[in-house]
Design a protein around this ligand. Sequence first.
Ligand code: ZN
Length: 282
Amino acid sequence: MPPPIIITAAVTGSVTAASDSAYLPVTHDAIVDAAVTSWRAGAAVIHLHARRADGEPTQDVNEFRELVRRIRETGCEAILNLSTGSAGGRAGLDERLDCLELRPEMATLDCGSMNFGDERVFTNPFHWLRKAAGRMRELGVRPEIEVFDTGMIANGLRLIEEGLIDGPGAWQLCLGVRGGAPADLVTVAHMLSRLPLGAQWSLLGVGRHQLPVNLISVGFGGHARTGLEDNIYFRRGELATSNGQLVRRLVGLAAACDRPVATPDEARALLGISGDVLTGSR
Ligand code: ZN
């Protein structure tokens, strides 16, 4: 039996603007609806960024609290994976960790600094990675080790060696961002060869790379991330009309390859999470 595939839906992000796609959820109502719809379509993990009422990305813990509360109120059982990113360069290093106080089951940990597109530098110094991983350990938050390039894998391994993250770890390899690892087979193979034995690995591709990178995951035993954070198109020239549409396509690809889609509880077991499903905190 092929291994189960954990599908993560990244529903809104912090880079794409409402003006890029009318289908991008940016209000709280729309983000909650996208999370619940994606979970119903087969996503075991919902990766969340917060936005203010006007759609502006933020790391404000109060916006995260409201989103988490409203999503849980619907009975949604998906793992909630909160971003500790910079809200598109708006949040400082300390504020980025405030959302951990909500004790989400999972949070991202971006394991290195890099050029992010043409204008931004995504800053994640190692001293901050130590602090972030340590805080996640104290609060029982499972880090998703996000790497955008091979050197960041070395940083993740160092955090495991230092005892700040339980190995072999839950890894998200992010491909195709300008300034990071390109979305090609040789790069994926090399990056996978650097992960610890038994690591849980997921791939994401941004923009036009999303679908081919999903296919690599489905075909070769990995987990996969989709959603409008990473890509707003369903196919060339045609906007995706919802996160659910992208999740449903990925579920279909998994079915074609006999990959059972992991339920949230199956994903918890694979990722090393034991949480209170309905409150999202322990
Ligand atoms: Zn994100």
